[in-house]
Ligand binder design. Sequence first.
Ligand SMILES: CC(C)(COP(=O)(O)OP(=O)(O)OC[C@H]1O[C@@H](n2cnc3c(N)ncnc32)[C@H](O)[C@@H]1OP(=O)(O)O)[C@@H](O)C(=O)NCCC(=O)NCCS
Length: 172
Amino acid sequence: MNVELYIPPKKGSLDPVISEIAALEKRIFPKHESMSSYLKEEVNRRGTTLMFVRAKQSHSNLEPPDVTKAGESEPLPPVVGYIIFTASSLVGNITKLAVHEAYRQQGYASALIEAVVKRLKGRRIASVALHVDPSRTAAFQLYKKLGFSVESRHESYYAPDRHAVRMLLEID
Ligand SMILES: CC(C)(COP(=O)(O)OP(=O)(O)OC[C@H]1O[C@@H](n2cnc3c(N)ncnc32)[C@H](O)[C@@H]1OP(=O)(O)O)[C@@H](O)C(=O)NCCC(=O)NCCS
């Protein structure tokens, strides 16, 4: 999928984008899994990166809008998906991924994951890991389709009755 991916600067006017993403986070995830109240602090942590994608515009040869100047130019298409990841010297870790309900199954999440993998490969990181509740069928199928495999199972990871599997993708 050919979409523009954005990485907001750590410093600068992030607030409009963060508010938009926090609203999505609040809408998509149950309260105990939502980062909406501390999203800004989370993405400003050292070693943490946020990437997001806006809805595709019909006229695709437009210059991508400058996120740091949001509000000064043409109205921007809405943020429809985002991914948060961390990276150590050996392993990348996807800590959050979501796409707005109205924009699902159009390749946005795949594009976000592929962009993260490309970036981590560029840093010579050997693998990408994540935790997912396997009953989240869309997410679990997505990760399997992209080549992640289940490495371990963690009982009561999200809640007493909600488990997680750790999935890993070798990228080196
Ligand atoms: C999981 C999620 C991010 C997928 O986003 P998306 O943009 O719709 O994903 P894509 O369009 O890139 O889908 C790629 C593949 O994922 C799988 N997939 C996506 N949605 C699916 C669904 N509803 N059921 C089964 N498989 C699905 C399919 O294998 C699909 O490939 P295909 O289109 O060739 O069938 C989105 O459903 C979401 O935000 N869910 C709620 C939040 C969430 O669960 N986040 C992950 C927490 S770990």
